[in-house]
Design a protein around this ligand. Structure first.
Ligand code: CA
Length: 674
């Protein structure tokens, strides 16, 4: 669509000549999404998921004039990870707790907000926060998933539900990823790989919500009969019986792409459940399709191909990172490929039609493998990294935060580079007591977490430039935001530690512009036109000034040339002090408490602090440390279950809770010493 058509349409709409149909996106429009320059029609902008905007009004010559056009306060203090859609002047943004808001793209006026009222108790089934990364649009509907596993289609004009269905099997599933739509089908998977679920991806009728097919990524119990030949095939790679009762993971929690050229749905699967491969399958099978890129036929969900990145996965190496389709040269020939900057630290290039491994090199520090066998596509695994076999502690990189997480990367056809929000996470892996012992002997053992934007040449598999090193002083599991490139020779990226939104020159990485967001910037930005004027939009909000109870400045920020709006400073907030009671337990009890804590509490309250730092309270500060009765009322009695802290009486008893309380007191004492 040209700019002139956009203006004409808008002019007619303003004159009341045409009645606007909101979210008028159909298959033809999705196929032509790249040429539809003023819009952002699907999560990754196009089916190719390249996150490149062809708009160039804002460019490396005039970006110093870029300013805030408007901002919208978002009703949350949780992490905001969503990429908005921009369709004919309206933005559709998903929010934490699976809410959706529609906003006028030129003025920031809120048009509607829909809340699916996910029960607070569902929090216990959510590994990593209440985030939602985006929605899909099709024929007047806005379609999104909820934390409690529903898939809902809203009327794009009114924000009222058209249909709502349960899109997950029974169990501890949640949906945080964006659905994709093609030919009247909605494709969606689910999260839950930290909670022993069986991964799947489904297709639903976009008009009715009827399920059309479901593809399981890992086999179920053979005694129940396999669903199809593919299940029988992958069951051969699971050796020790009983895997079916353990999960066993492989969730399709974010990376889904539909490839119109091959009519395949290509997706990435998650880690194994449990993480420790020895616990999961001591027979050391490859455990398909864990940590794999898999393709199925869009029409019926039957298997097409797979490529496993990490056989017998044991390091939380999800393959849930964005999948990007490219047409690029490989060994002097043009190939249609699917690429991924995987959590395991390698950048993969596969043939999109067959899954053939074409190349893979590490884009960040890696020490679990020394490289990938060009013939077989299998990694050369470093034996010492298999901590669960050696029984020794290993200083692993990437750690479970990965070399790259869900934060979107972006490709510019003008530079031929992929811009990867890359991280370097060193962490100790191994038995809980062995790690504690190791840290005592090696207090400087590396457990660091840094990130940087890397401009990567996918053809030659090499780094071209990198942005400044970002170190997260607050810890937590995220350090860098997603990327957007534009035809203005710009790449936009969120810098979390500095709480700023930054623009670099796409060709050489020179820092050109930044905006003080006063909060963390996680997702990717988008660009769109309204009345012929280019806008840049980014949703911000993340852990600042003390976590769970604090306001976090969550906003939708929208920029244009000459924009002069501003945002206020965050309201002052003081955290509860760390003031533990005197330690009341022996070293033995504290250690037992630590083990019980890791098994029951650490998923949400990692290191006592709270995973992601804002989604869960910092337990070192809780008044409940001073009273076993209060502690038990919460942990066993379920006093805070509406907040998501449900009763754990099924798993632990009063003896355990006393040891856990002693362990948290020890963490609080340690924090005071630091
Ligand atoms: Ca995981």
């Amino acid at each position: 669509m040209t700019m002139r058509t956009a203006i004409t349409l808008t002019t007619l709409l303003m004159a009341g000549v045409l009645q606007a149909q909101p979210a008028a996106v159909d298959q033809q429009r999705l196929l032509n999404a790249d040429a539809d320059v003023g819009n952002w029609l699907t999560y990754g902008r196009t089916y190719q998921e390249q996150r490149f905007s062809p708009l160039d009004q804002i460019n490396d010559e005039n970006i110093d004039q870029l300013g805030l056009a408007w901002s919208l306060e978002l009703p949350t203090n949780q992490n905001v990870e969503s990429t908005p859609l921009a369709i004919d002047g309206v933005l559709y943004l998903t929010l934490p707790w699976s809410r959706v808001v529609a906003v006028d793209g030129a003025t920031g006026e809120q048009l509607w907000l829909y809340d699916p009222e996910v029960p607070g108790e569902w929090n216990i089934n959510v590994c990593c926060g209440f985030d939602n990364r985006g929605a899909a649009a099709y024929e007047g509907k806005i379609i999104f998933g909820t934390l409690d596993g529903r898939l809902i289609a809203l009327d794009a004009g009114t924000g009222q539900p058209v249909w709502s269905i349960q899109a997950t099997p029974e169990g501890r599933y949640s949906i945080t990823g964006a659905p994709r739509v093609a030919d009247g089908k909605v494709f969606i998977g689910s999260a839950g790989g930290e909670f022993d679920v069986r991964g799947h991806i489904d297709a639903y009728d976009v008009n009715t919500g009827e399920r059309l097919w479901r593809f399981f990524t890992v086999p179920g119990n053979p005694a129940d009969g396999f669903e199809d030949d593919t299940q029988a095939m992958i069951a051969e790679t699971w050796i020790e019986e009983g895997w079916w009762d353990k999960g066993p993971g492989g969730t399709v929690w974010d990376a889904i792409t539909y490839d119109p050229q091959t009519d395949l749905v290509i997706f990435g699967t998650g880690n194994g459940a449990p993480w420790d491969a020895v616990d999961r399958d001591a027979g050391q099978g490859d455990n398909l399709f864990l940590s794999s890129i898999v393709a199925v036929h869009a029409d019926d969900g039957t298997y097409a191909w797979h490529y496993q990145e990490t056989p017998w996965e044991t390091w939380d190496y999800d393959t849930g990172q964005q999948l990007m389709l490219l047409d690029m040269e490989v060994d002097g020939q043009m190939r249609h490929v699917v690429t991924q900057a995987s959590k395991n630290g390698f950048f993969y290039v596969l043939d999109a039609a067959t899954g053939e491994f074409l190349s893979g090199e590490n884009y960040t520090e890696v020490n679990w493998a020394t490289g990938i066998n060009k013939e077989t596509g299998r990694p050369f695994i470093v034996p010492e990294a298999r901590y669960n076999i050696t029984g020794a502690v290993y200083n692993l990189v990437p750690g479970p935060a990965g070399g790259h997480a869900w934060q979107p990367m972006s490709y510019s056809p003008n530079t031929g580079l992929v811009y990867i929000p890359a991280t370097t996470h060193w962490t100790l892996v191994g038995d809980f007591d062995a790690r504690a012992e190791h840290l005592k002997e090696n207090p400087n053992a590396r457990q660091s977490f840094t990130g940087r934007l890397v401009a990567w040449d996918p053809v030659n598999q090499r780094e071209v430039w990198r942005g400044e090193e970002q170190i997260n002083p607050r810890g937590g599991v995220q350090v860098i935001g997603g990327a957007l490139t534009t035809a203005g020779n710009i790449v936009f990226n969120g810098n979390l530690p500095n709480q700023e939104f930054v623009a670099y020159r796409a060709t050489d990485g020179e820092r050109l512009w930044s905006f003080d967001t006063k909060t963390a910037v996680f997702p990717g930005a988008i660009s769109y036109l309204v009345d012929g004027e280019q806008y840049i939009a980014i949703a911000v909000g993340g852990p600042v000034q003390g976590g769970y109870y604090a306001p976090n400045g969550a906003r939708l920020l929208v920029f244009k040339l000459g924009g002069e709006d501003s945002i206020p400073d965050l309201p002052a907030f003081t955290q509860r002090p760390i003031a533990p009671p005197e330690q009341f337990a022996s070293a033995e009890v504290i250690s037992a408490g630590g083990r019980a804590f890791e098994a029951n509490c650490a998923t949400c309250h990692a290191h006592g602090v709270g995973r992601g730092r804002s989604s869960f309270p910092d337990l070192r500060r809780t008044p409940a440390l001073h009273s076993q009765e209060l502690f038990d009322n919460i942990v066993l009695g379920g006093q805070l279950s509406a907040n998501g802290m449900v009763s754990f009486s099924e798993y632990i008893d009063a003896g355990d809770t006393e040891a856990i309380r002693a362990y948290i007191v020890s963490l609080a004492e340690k924090a005071l010493e630091e």
